[in-house]
Design a protein around this ligand. Structure first.
Ligand code: HEM
Ligand SMILES: *[C@@H]1O[C@H](CO)[C@@H](O)[C@H](O)[C@H]1NC(C)=O
Length: 316
Protein backbone atom coordinates (compact mmCIF):
# COMPACT_ATOMS: atom_id res chain seq x y z
CA UNK A 1 0.00 0.00 0.00
CA UNK A 2 1.30 3.44 -0.91
CA UNK A 3 1.78 6.13 1.72
CA UNK A 4 -1.11 8.46 0.77
CA UNK A 5 -3.45 5.49 0.86
CA UNK A 6 -2.23 4.57 4.34
CA UNK A 7 -2.83 8.09 5.56
CA UNK A 8 -6.30 7.99 4.04
CA UNK A 9 -7.00 4.68 5.73
CA UNK A 10 -5.77 5.99 9.07
CA UNK A 11 -7.94 9.08 8.94
CA UNK A 12 -10.91 6.98 7.83
CA UNK A 13 -10.41 4.70 10.84
CA UNK A 14 -10.06 7.71 13.14
CA UNK A 15 -13.40 9.06 11.91
CA UNK A 16 -14.99 5.64 12.33
CA UNK A 17 -13.72 5.35 15.90
CA UNK A 18 -14.78 8.81 16.96
CA UNK A 19 -18.29 7.97 15.75
CA UNK A 20 -18.35 4.76 17.74
CA UNK A 21 -18.76 5.42 21.43
CA UNK A 22 -16.75 3.23 23.71
CA UNK A 23 -19.51 1.59 25.70
CA UNK A 24 -18.62 -1.63 27.43
CA UNK A 25 -20.14 -4.10 29.85
CA UNK A 26 -17.57 -3.58 32.61
CA UNK A 27 -17.44 0.21 32.58
CA UNK A 28 -18.34 0.53 36.29
CA UNK A 29 -16.56 -2.62 37.48
CA UNK A 30 -14.10 -0.59 39.56
CA UNK A 31 -16.12 2.61 39.90
CA UNK A 32 -19.32 1.13 41.33
CA UNK A 33 -19.01 -2.63 41.70
CA UNK A 34 -22.50 -3.11 43.17
CA UNK A 35 -24.27 -1.10 40.47
CA UNK A 36 -26.23 -3.91 38.87
CA UNK A 37 -27.63 -5.31 42.11
CA UNK A 38 -28.50 -1.83 43.41
CA UNK A 39 -30.52 -1.03 40.27
CA UNK A 40 -32.17 -4.42 40.19
CA UNK A 41 -33.14 -4.13 43.84
CA UNK A 42 -34.81 -0.78 43.18
CA UNK A 43 -36.69 -2.09 40.14
CA UNK A 44 -37.85 -5.14 42.07
CA UNK A 45 -39.01 -2.91 44.92
CA UNK A 46 -40.98 -0.60 42.63
CA UNK A 47 -42.53 -3.58 40.80
CA UNK A 48 -43.77 -4.96 44.11
CA UNK A 49 -45.35 -1.57 44.87
CA UNK A 50 -47.10 -1.11 41.52
CA UNK A 51 -47.68 -3.60 38.73
CA UNK A 52 -47.26 -0.96 36.05
CA UNK A 53 -43.65 -0.16 37.01
CA UNK A 54 -42.03 -2.57 34.55
CA UNK A 55 -44.09 -1.45 31.55
CA UNK A 56 -43.66 2.22 32.39
CA UNK A 57 -39.88 1.86 32.77
CA UNK A 58 -39.42 -0.03 29.52
CA UNK A 59 -41.44 2.54 27.58
CA UNK A 60 -39.51 5.39 29.19
CA UNK A 61 -36.26 3.93 27.86
CA UNK A 62 -37.64 3.76 24.31
CA UNK A 63 -38.89 7.34 24.45
CA UNK A 64 -35.50 8.43 25.77
CA UNK A 65 -33.41 6.68 23.10
CA UNK A 66 -35.54 7.72 20.10
CA UNK A 67 -35.23 11.43 20.98
CA UNK A 68 -31.69 12.87 21.22
CA UNK A 69 -30.33 9.37 21.95
CA UNK A 70 -30.13 7.33 25.15
CA UNK A 71 -29.04 10.27 27.29
CA UNK A 72 -31.75 10.53 29.96
CA UNK A 73 -33.01 13.75 28.34
CA UNK A 74 -36.53 12.38 28.90
CA UNK A 75 -36.01 12.87 32.66
CA UNK A 76 -35.13 16.56 32.54
CA UNK A 77 -37.61 18.99 34.07
CA UNK A 78 -36.91 22.46 32.77
CA UNK A 79 -38.36 25.23 34.96
CA UNK A 80 -40.09 26.86 31.97
CA UNK A 81 -41.79 23.58 31.06
CA UNK A 82 -40.03 23.33 27.70
CA UNK A 83 -38.77 19.76 27.89
CA UNK A 84 -39.44 16.36 26.29
CA UNK A 85 -41.79 15.30 29.04
CA UNK A 86 -44.17 18.08 28.12
CA UNK A 87 -44.53 17.05 24.49
CA UNK A 88 -47.94 15.53 23.72
CA UNK A 89 -46.28 12.27 22.58
CA UNK A 90 -45.04 11.76 26.14
CA UNK A 91 -48.24 12.58 27.98
CA UNK A 92 -49.10 8.93 28.61
CA UNK A 93 -45.70 8.05 30.09
CA UNK A 94 -46.59 6.99 33.59
CA UNK A 95 -45.06 8.29 36.79
CA UNK A 96 -44.13 4.75 37.80
CA UNK A 97 -41.39 4.73 35.16
CA UNK A 98 -39.81 7.98 36.35
CA UNK A 99 -40.15 6.86 39.96
CA UNK A 100 -38.41 3.57 39.22
CA UNK A 101 -35.42 5.31 37.66
CA UNK A 102 -35.23 7.90 40.44
CA UNK A 103 -35.41 5.16 43.09
CA UNK A 104 -32.60 3.28 41.32
CA UNK A 105 -30.50 6.45 41.17
CA UNK A 106 -31.09 7.05 44.90
CA UNK A 107 -30.07 3.47 45.69
CA UNK A 108 -26.91 3.82 43.61
CA UNK A 109 -25.95 7.19 45.10
CA UNK A 110 -26.50 5.85 48.64
CA UNK A 111 -23.47 3.62 48.09
CA UNK A 112 -20.49 5.90 48.91
CA UNK A 113 -18.39 4.32 46.17
CA UNK A 114 -20.98 5.24 43.56
CA UNK A 115 -22.22 8.68 44.57
CA UNK A 116 -22.54 10.92 41.49
CA UNK A 117 -20.48 8.52 39.38
CA UNK A 118 -23.16 6.64 37.44
CA UNK A 119 -25.08 8.35 34.65
CA UNK A 120 -28.87 8.47 34.67
CA UNK A 121 -28.73 7.25 31.07
CA UNK A 122 -26.99 4.05 32.17
CA UNK A 123 -29.43 3.64 35.05
CA UNK A 124 -32.42 3.80 32.67
CA UNK A 125 -30.79 1.21 30.39
CA UNK A 126 -30.17 -1.14 33.31
CA UNK A 127 -33.63 -0.56 34.79
CA UNK A 128 -35.29 -1.32 31.43
CA UNK A 129 -33.32 -4.57 31.16
CA UNK A 130 -34.32 -5.55 34.70
CA UNK A 131 -37.96 -4.63 34.06
CA UNK A 132 -37.99 -7.15 31.22
CA UNK A 133 -36.13 -9.85 33.15
CA UNK A 134 -38.19 -9.49 36.35
CA UNK A 135 -41.36 -9.80 34.23
CA UNK A 136 -40.27 -13.22 33.00
CA UNK A 137 -38.39 -12.08 29.91
CA UNK A 138 -34.79 -12.58 28.85
CA UNK A 139 -31.79 -10.92 30.42
CA UNK A 140 -28.60 -9.65 28.85
CA UNK A 141 -25.42 -7.71 29.60
CA UNK A 142 -25.97 -3.96 29.18
CA UNK A 143 -23.17 -1.94 27.61
CA UNK A 144 -22.41 1.02 29.85
CA UNK A 145 -20.58 4.34 29.81
CA UNK A 146 -23.23 6.73 28.48
CA UNK A 147 -23.13 10.33 29.66
CA UNK A 148 -26.25 12.33 30.42
CA UNK A 149 -27.45 14.91 27.91
CA UNK A 150 -27.68 18.55 28.86
CA UNK A 151 -30.57 19.47 26.58
CA UNK A 152 -34.26 18.64 26.55
CA UNK A 153 -36.85 20.52 24.51
CA UNK A 154 -40.49 19.77 23.80
CA UNK A 155 -40.07 20.43 20.08
CA UNK A 156 -37.38 17.75 19.66
CA UNK A 157 -39.89 14.97 20.34
CA UNK A 158 -41.14 13.11 17.27
CA UNK A 159 -42.13 9.55 18.15
CA UNK A 160 -44.00 6.81 16.27
CA UNK A 161 -47.77 7.12 16.51
CA UNK A 162 -50.41 4.45 17.02
CA UNK A 163 -52.12 5.22 13.71
CA UNK A 164 -49.01 4.91 11.55
CA UNK A 165 -48.63 2.32 8.80
CA UNK A 166 -45.72 0.00 8.10
CA UNK A 167 -43.81 2.40 5.83
CA UNK A 168 -44.12 5.29 8.24
CA UNK A 169 -43.07 3.17 11.23
CA UNK A 170 -40.23 1.53 9.33
CA UNK A 171 -38.83 4.87 8.20
CA UNK A 172 -38.60 5.94 11.84
CA UNK A 173 -36.73 2.78 12.83
CA UNK A 174 -34.42 2.66 9.84
CA UNK A 175 -33.03 6.14 10.55
CA UNK A 176 -31.60 4.50 13.66
CA UNK A 177 -30.28 1.54 11.63
CA UNK A 178 -32.94 -0.75 13.03
CA UNK A 179 -34.27 -3.49 10.74
CA UNK A 180 -37.84 -4.76 10.26
CA UNK A 181 -36.98 -7.68 12.57
CA UNK A 182 -35.73 -5.20 15.19
CA UNK A 183 -38.91 -3.15 14.86
CA UNK A 184 -41.24 -6.13 15.24
CA UNK A 185 -39.20 -7.50 18.15
CA UNK A 186 -39.16 -4.13 19.93
CA UNK A 187 -42.89 -3.71 19.37
CA UNK A 188 -43.09 -6.95 21.36
CA UNK A 189 -42.46 -4.71 24.37
CA UNK A 190 -46.24 -4.31 24.15
CA UNK A 191 -46.38 -7.71 25.85
CA UNK A 192 -46.30 -5.48 28.95
CA UNK A 193 -48.74 -2.76 29.85
CA UNK A 194 -51.76 -1.07 28.42
CA UNK A 195 -53.05 1.73 26.24
CA UNK A 196 -55.50 4.50 26.95
CA UNK A 197 -58.76 4.42 25.00
CA UNK A 198 -57.40 7.61 23.47
CA UNK A 199 -55.38 5.39 21.08
CA UNK A 200 -58.17 2.85 20.54
CA UNK A 201 -61.27 4.97 19.90
CA UNK A 202 -60.19 6.08 16.41
CA UNK A 203 -60.30 2.39 15.38
CA UNK A 204 -63.83 1.94 16.73
CA UNK A 205 -65.76 5.11 15.88
CA UNK A 206 -67.42 6.15 13.64
CA UNK A 207 -66.54 2.96 11.77
CA UNK A 208 -64.67 -0.15 12.82
CA UNK A 209 -61.13 -0.54 11.49
CA UNK A 210 -61.11 -3.49 9.07
CA UNK A 211 -57.84 -4.81 10.49
CA UNK A 212 -59.72 -5.64 13.74
CA UNK A 213 -61.44 -8.95 14.39
CA UNK A 214 -65.17 -7.98 14.50
CA UNK A 215 -65.87 -9.82 17.76
CA UNK A 216 -62.86 -8.20 19.38
CA UNK A 217 -63.95 -4.82 18.05
CA UNK A 218 -67.31 -5.09 19.82
CA UNK A 219 -65.52 -6.14 22.99
CA UNK A 220 -63.33 -3.03 22.70
CA UNK A 221 -66.41 -0.87 22.10
CA UNK A 222 -67.73 -2.20 25.41
CA UNK A 223 -64.54 -1.11 27.14
CA UNK A 224 -63.95 2.20 25.34
CA UNK A 225 -67.20 4.21 25.01
CA UNK A 226 -67.75 6.44 21.97
CA UNK A 227 -67.55 9.48 24.23
CA UNK A 228 -63.81 9.23 24.81
CA UNK A 229 -62.65 8.42 28.31
CA UNK A 230 -58.84 8.62 28.14
CA UNK A 231 -58.59 7.33 31.71
CA UNK A 232 -59.74 3.85 30.71
CA UNK A 233 -56.85 1.52 29.82
CA UNK A 234 -56.89 -1.63 27.68
CA UNK A 235 -54.31 -4.39 28.19
CA UNK A 236 -52.27 -5.24 25.09
CA UNK A 237 -52.45 -9.00 25.66
CA UNK A 238 -53.80 -11.61 28.08
CA UNK A 239 -50.66 -11.68 30.22
CA UNK A 240 -50.25 -7.99 31.03
CA UNK A 241 -47.45 -8.24 33.61
CA UNK A 242 -45.64 -11.15 31.97
CA UNK A 243 -43.04 -10.68 29.26
CA UNK A 244 -43.91 -13.43 26.78
CA UNK A 245 -44.98 -13.91 23.15
CA UNK A 246 -48.74 -13.81 23.76
CA UNK A 247 -48.80 -10.33 22.18
CA UNK A 248 -47.82 -11.83 18.80
CA UNK A 249 -50.53 -14.50 19.08
CA UNK A 250 -53.06 -11.69 19.55
CA UNK A 251 -51.82 -10.01 16.37
CA UNK A 252 -52.35 -13.26 14.44
CA UNK A 253 -55.97 -13.24 15.61
CA UNK A 254 -56.44 -9.59 14.61
CA UNK A 255 -56.66 -8.70 18.28
CA UNK A 256 -53.87 -6.15 18.30
CA UNK A 257 -55.16 -3.20 20.34
CA UNK A 258 -53.09 -0.59 18.50
CA UNK A 259 -53.28 -0.18 14.73
CA UNK A 260 -49.47 0.24 14.63
CA UNK A 261 -49.13 -3.24 16.17
CA UNK A 262 -51.79 -5.00 14.06
CA UNK A 263 -50.30 -3.61 10.86
CA UNK A 264 -47.13 -5.60 11.60
CA UNK A 265 -49.19 -8.74 11.00
CA UNK A 266 -51.47 -7.36 8.29
CA UNK A 267 -48.59 -6.05 6.16
CA UNK A 268 -47.09 -8.95 4.22
CA UNK A 269 -43.59 -7.55 4.68
CA UNK A 270 -43.55 -8.23 8.41
CA UNK A 271 -46.21 -10.94 8.79
CA UNK A 272 -43.59 -13.71 8.66
CA UNK A 273 -41.67 -12.12 11.54
CA UNK A 274 -44.83 -11.97 13.67
CA UNK A 275 -45.58 -15.62 12.81
CA UNK A 276 -42.07 -16.64 13.80
CA UNK A 277 -42.22 -14.87 17.18
CA UNK A 278 -45.74 -16.21 17.86
CA UNK A 279 -44.59 -19.75 17.11
CA UNK A 280 -41.34 -19.61 19.04
CA UNK A 281 -40.89 -17.50 22.16
CA UNK A 282 -37.14 -18.18 22.23
CA UNK A 283 -36.83 -16.63 18.76
CA UNK A 284 -38.67 -13.54 20.03
CA UNK A 285 -36.43 -13.28 23.09
CA UNK A 286 -33.23 -13.58 21.03
CA UNK A 287 -34.38 -10.92 18.55
CA UNK A 288 -35.60 -8.66 21.36
CA UNK A 289 -32.24 -8.75 23.16
CA UNK A 290 -30.42 -8.05 19.92
CA UNK A 291 -32.71 -5.10 19.12
CA UNK A 292 -32.55 -3.68 22.66
CA UNK A 293 -28.75 -3.65 22.45
CA UNK A 294 -28.97 -1.71 19.19
CA UNK A 295 -31.61 0.64 20.62
CA UNK A 296 -29.39 1.36 23.61
CA UNK A 297 -26.51 2.53 21.41
CA UNK A 298 -28.49 5.32 19.73
CA UNK A 299 -27.02 8.80 20.07
CA UNK A 300 -24.83 7.99 23.06
CA UNK A 301 -23.19 11.05 24.66
CA UNK A 302 -19.60 11.20 25.86
CA UNK A 303 -17.73 13.38 28.36
CA UNK A 304 -17.35 15.91 25.54
CA UNK A 305 -21.08 16.57 25.17
CA UNK A 306 -22.52 15.10 28.36
CA UNK A 307 -22.21 14.97 32.13
CA UNK A 308 -22.98 12.70 35.08
CA UNK A 309 -26.14 14.29 36.39
CA UNK A 310 -26.39 14.61 40.16
CA UNK A 311 -30.19 14.77 40.12
CA UNK A 312 -31.66 12.88 37.17
CA UNK A 313 -34.47 15.43 36.85
CA UNK A 314 -32.17 18.44 36.37
CA UNK A 315 -28.97 19.21 34.51
CA UNK A 316 -26.04 19.99 36.83
C1 HEM B 1 -43.42 0.73 16.90
C2 HEM B 1 -43.74 1.93 17.33
C3 HEM B 1 -44.48 2.14 18.62
C4 HEM B 1 -45.67 2.78 18.76
C5 HEM B 1 -46.49 3.42 17.67
C6 HEM B 1 -46.00 2.72 20.16
C7 HEM B 1 -47.13 3.29 20.71
C8 HEM B 1 -47.57 3.09 22.00
C9 HEM B 1 -48.80 3.57 22.54
C10 HEM B 1 -49.83 4.41 21.77
C11 HEM B 1 -48.89 3.14 23.82
C12 HEM B 1 -50.04 3.38 24.80
C13 HEM B 1 -49.81 4.65 25.58
C14 HEM B 1 -51.00 4.93 26.45
O1 HEM B 1 -52.07 5.24 25.89
O2 HEM B 1 -50.90 4.80 27.68
C15 HEM B 1 -47.70 2.39 24.10
C16 HEM B 1 -47.43 1.78 25.31
C17 HEM B 1 -46.27 1.10 25.56
N1 HEM B 1 -45.16 1.03 24.75
FE1 HEM B 1 -45.11 1.50 22.80
N2 HEM B 1 -45.04 2.05 20.84
C18 HEM B 1 -44.07 1.69 19.94
C19 HEM B 1 -42.90 1.03 20.24
C20 HEM B 1 -42.49 0.68 21.51
C21 HEM B 1 -41.17 0.21 21.85
C22 HEM B 1 -40.03 0.06 20.85
C23 HEM B 1 -41.17 -0.04 23.18
C24 HEM B 1 -40.04 -0.51 24.05
C25 HEM B 1 -39.02 -1.22 23.63
C26 HEM B 1 -42.50 0.25 23.67
C27 HEM B 1 -42.94 0.05 24.96
C28 HEM B 1 -44.21 0.30 25.40
C29 HEM B 1 -44.73 -0.16 26.68
C30 HEM B 1 -44.02 -1.05 27.67
C31 HEM B 1 -46.03 0.36 26.79
C32 HEM B 1 -46.99 0.20 27.96
C33 HEM B 1 -46.79 1.37 28.88
C34 HEM B 1 -47.65 1.33 30.13
O3 HEM B 1 -48.47 0.43 30.31
O4 HEM B 1 -47.46 2.25 30.95
N3 HEM B 1 -43.26 0.71 22.64
N4 HEM B 1 -46.90 2.38 22.99
C1 LIG C 1 -14.50 0.19 29.30
O1 LIG C 1 -14.44 1.59 29.03
C2 LIG C 1 -13.71 2.34 29.99
C3 LIG C 1 -13.80 3.80 29.62
O2 LIG C 1 -13.59 4.02 28.28
C4 LIG C 1 -12.28 1.84 30.06
O3 LIG C 1 -11.60 2.53 31.08
C5 LIG C 1 -12.24 0.35 30.33
O4 LIG C 1 -10.94 -0.13 30.27
C6 LIG C 1 -13.13 -0.38 29.32
N1 LIG C 1 -13.14 -1.79 29.64
C7 LIG C 1 -12.97 -2.74 28.73
C8 LIG C 1 -13.04 -4.15 29.21
O5 LIG C 1 -12.80 -2.49 27.54
Amino acid sequence: MKKPQLVLLASFLAILCSGTTALNETYYANICPNLESLVQGAVRGMMSTTNIAAAATLRLFFHDCFVQGCDASILIENPNGDDERHNFDNQFLRAAGYNTVLAAKAAVDADPQCTNKVSCADIIALAARDAVFLSGGPTWKVELGRFDGKVSTASSVDLPGASENYDRLMSRFSVHNLTPTDMVALSGAHTLGATSCFHVNPRLYPTIDTTLDPGFASQLQGQCPAALNANIFIFFDNTVVTFDNDFFKQLQQKKGVLYSDEILYVDSRSQGIVDKFAANQADFFTAFVDAMKKLSRIGVKTAADGEIRKDCSFTN
